[in-house]
Write a protein that binds this ligand. Sequence first.
Ligand SMILES: Cc1ncc(COP(=O)(O)O)c(C=O)c1O
Length: 433
Amino acid sequence: MLKSEELHQRRRNIVANGVGVFNSATVSHAKGATITDVDGKEWVDFAGGIGVVNAGHCPEPVVQAIKDQADKFIHTSFNVVTYEPYIELCENLAEILPHGKSTKAMLVSTGAEAVENAIKIAKQATGRDAVICYTGAFHGRTLMAMTLTSKIDYKINCGPFAPEVYRLPFPNTYRYSNGLTEEEYIKQELKRLHESGKNLVNPKNVAAIIIELVQGEGGFTVAPQAYVEGLREFCDEHGIMLIFDEVQSGFSRTGSWGAMDHYNVTPDLSTWAKSLGSGMPISAVLGKAEVMDSAAPGTIGGTYIGNPLACAAALATIQFIKDTNLNNRGVDVGNIIRGRFEAMQAKYPQIGDVRGLGAMMAIEFVKNGDPRQPDGELCAAVVKGCAERRLIIISAGTYKNNIRILCPLNISDELLQNGLDIIEEEIKKATLS
Ligand SMILES: Cc1ncc(COP(=O)(O)O)c(C=O)c1O
């Protein structure tokens, strides 16, 4: 029996079924865009640990920073004993991702924790209870984050959910515009937003609206610029905190520090995680200083907030992104993937949509060219076919009918093209069968 099979067998025996398995790969070590499995075979990684290794597996300066920090101290709890890496990371984040005139930050460990804390801050800043979120959204698996998450598969029998959460349809032009032009569709959705104040929840009770500018688990649907501008106006009109969840879209993935750089719209609060720490668990809430300061001491945080090793990894990751121009590389990688995906779409009518922002690119499989007839089986066959050829890809979307690319951005052009060749060949195979 291969060591990989043996490992999966042991996993099945001891690890709870609810911990999902998206792929058959195992790992002994990883570098750049490749993973070597426990049998010594090399895999190409187009999943990047679900968008966590935009700067590649084990970038040397990040590994070194973790080692150096481990030699000094591993934990004190920032609540109890202050340390510089936490402060320096907050300073760096405020500089690269400003929220208006004055920005403040707090650190925690996971994306879901960042979301939970952002909501708590928004509630304290406004003195209100309600939150509006979107269909197709994914914000994590803790109680508030799971409540905000849309897809039922993630929350089966997990209720009761957090109260006072309301959901609007995400402005998904491809799936829902139904023959309207993009302009007409956005107008319709902004009207729906304004009407929500009459038929969904009183805006005077709404603390926050949380949105992913590019939905991650939702299938890389991109919120249209005019909609986001309208959302900002609506929030300003009613004193609602606008939160951008950039957990999946941050740190070079869209060819910039964040998707928000493409919109020219400033949120009141934002959440960041994943590729910030190159795999070390670190997340951040950033926000306008006066909003951030409205949370009372002790109401936000936790024992492991901004763990020193994770702070060191994040500081080294940010420096690595700057030194290697990774944001620009995100643009280039995005252009390569988009070009290849569009060429595939011209050949295979099963690809209903090619979309994304920068390198946050996806394709959507549908039946009969109909945006409302998702083809999850075809997508699953392509993912499986790629895994058999040691290319790791993951699906996305409510109907698991999208393939999303989250490869390390410092992947070589050659490896990227090879991986895209495999995807194309597997689409060909799956559409013929
Ligand atoms: C947009 C977004 N928000 C929040 C989360 C939750 O992050 P975590 O899994 O680190 O809790 C995710 C995870 O995929 C995400 O994509």
